[in-house]
Design a binder for this molecule. Structure first.
Ligand code: GDP
Length: 458
């Protein structure tokens, strides 16, 4: 495919030692050459080398920057196009000036994700790999990073291709059957179809089994800490944040502009929702009546309900148990350094067998137990072995579920004696659905939407 030449700042905007402006396209080298002065022109430089020189404004001949320029010729580049990477000083002014220069000299400002989109459109990576690239950038824990890396390296793609191949073979067989009805292969085709279909179903099931954990690792668990005033919610939040690496992310442009705080608890990324609310509002119980808090609770995947060991259970405590019925709750009986007044048997009864831990946050005890409880609640048995292919992306999960139900329809149809050419429709549809995961036959609008979620310059 042929595209114009795009450019963007590819490093994070801010003060850093080095900033990189990247160009990709047929004219990348030519455009960079207009603004570059070094020993040789960039056109003469061998591919995959980096050269020192100065950047000038060709209009005024004024020196703008000192730079190291990488010349990477197609096809062995990220986009499979000619790529130039200009390494300049890392200040915001500096990289922006270099970007403006290349834009004035013939490049177009890239859209978010456009470099990766070209890598996809030029066939270097498939869609699930491209999505893996984005996950890699956004990964917040080592486990999330590993899953993303496997995806970038094409593990999921290979799996999907194997399944599609199996389906294709049966389709081919059915075609033969339709074209040569006199050649009595109907039973053979039925048998083959059933064998292949059950293989595909069991493989999809295996993938879907990893989905729940995969999704948690990728997206984090939205977690809400609730409890009466003064039971120790803020103390709990602080100790979780202090003992674990907290990652604060600001995701502008999403439906809710929220500042989210992540803590990594034994590989489970907890997304502490509405932490500002917990910090600022003393009376969370009062706020339960507020619609917004209800919503936050409703969306929570994990509730940490804090109680005071040194105090009797109150109606408010009981009301909180009611509010979180049927949810993933871990009860934390805090302040065990104080004499027990709470009716622990009643707490256990109210909690209906869900995990309960005791802590003294002031003495820093019990937090490990809590972390263990969180980890075993979601990863009972721990994360599986390294060689498992994880599915973590909601789009992939949805497509796998659709594929599974479609191929199951085909199986049922065979059993009911439906003519083979009708069964084939479902088989073909399954093949298409699986194809969407790796970007075969996806609509442009979906591509635009997916790549627009990337960061600028990627
Ligand atoms: P919140 O209102 O639920 O957020 O509670 P805070 O975390 O602000 O704690 C309220 C008070 O209880 C503070 O003075 C804490 O120092 C104290 N506190 C928290 N945890 C413990 C504990 O385990 N034992 C004792 N004795 N006091 C605690």
């Amino acid at each position: 495919m042929e595209f114009d030449t795009i450019a963007a700042v590819s490093t994070a905007l801010g003060e850093g030692a080095i900033g990189i402006v990247r160009l990709s396209g047929d004219e990348a080298i030519q455009i960079a050459d207009k603004i570059y002065i070094g020993k040789k022109s960039l056109q003469e430089v061998p591919s995959h080398t980096i050269v020192y020189g100065h950047l000038i404004d060709p209009k005024t001949q004024e020196r703008v920057e000192e730079a190291m320029v990488s010349v990477l010729r197609a096809p062995k580049t990220f986009t499979r196009e000619d790529v130039i990477e200009i390494n300049c000083h890392g200040g915001i002014m500096s990289v922006n000036r270099v970007l403006q220069l290349v834009l004035k000299n013939g490049a177009r400002l890239a859209e978010p994700g456009e470099f990766t989109k070209r890598a996809f459109l030029n066939g270097r990576i498939d869609l699930s790999q491209a999505e893996g690239v984005m996950d890699l950038i956004r990964a917040k824990t080592d486990k999330a990073m590993n899953i993303a890396l496997n995806q970038v390296e094409g593990r999921l793609s290979k799996k999907i291709q194997t399944l599609r191949q199996a389906l294709l073979e049966t389709v081919a067989n059915v075609e033969v059957n339709i074209d040569y009805p006199e050649y009595d292969a109907e039973t053979m085709t039925h048998d083959l179809l059933k064998t292949k279909a059950s293989f595909v179903i069991s493989e999809i099931e295996k993938l879907l089994q990893t989905a729940e954990q995969g999704k948690i690792v990728r997206e984090g668990l939205s977690t809400v800490i609730i409890g009466r005033p003064n039971v120790g919610k803020s103390s709990l939040l602080n100790s979780l944040v202090h003992e674990n690496k907290a990652i604060v992310t600001d995701i502008p442009g999403t439906t809710r502009d929220v500042i989210e705080e992540y803590v990594n608890v034994r590989g489970v990324p907890l997304r502490l929702v509405d932490t500002a609310g917990i910090r600022e509002t003393e009376d969370i119980v009062e706020r339960i009546g507020v619609e917004r808090s209800r919503q936050v609770l409703k969306e929570a995947e994990l509730i940490l309900l804090v109680l005071n060991n040194g105090d009797d259970l109150t109606d408010e405590d009981v009301a909180l148990f009611k509010a979180v019925e049927k949810m993933n709750v871990i009860v934390i009986v805090n302040k065990t350094d104080q004499e027990r007044k709470i009716d622990i048997e009643r707490v256990k009864h109210l909690n209906e067998g869900r995990p309960l831990v005791t802590t003294s946050l002031i003495e820093d005890s019990g937090v490990e137990d809590l972390e263990q409880a969180i980890a075993s609640l979601f990863f009972s048995g721990g994360l599986e072995a390294e060689d498992v292919t994880y599915v973590s992306n909601s789009r992939h999960i949805a497509l796998l579920e659709q594929s599974k139900s479609t191929i199951e329809d085909a199986m049922a149809a065979i059993d009911m004696g439906v003519p083979i050419d009708l069964v084939q429709i479902d088989v073909t549809r399954t093949w298409e659905l699986l194809g969407e995961i790796i970007g075969d036959s996806v609509q442009d609008s979906l591509l635009d939407q997916l790549f627009s979620q990337f960061c600028l310059g990627k």
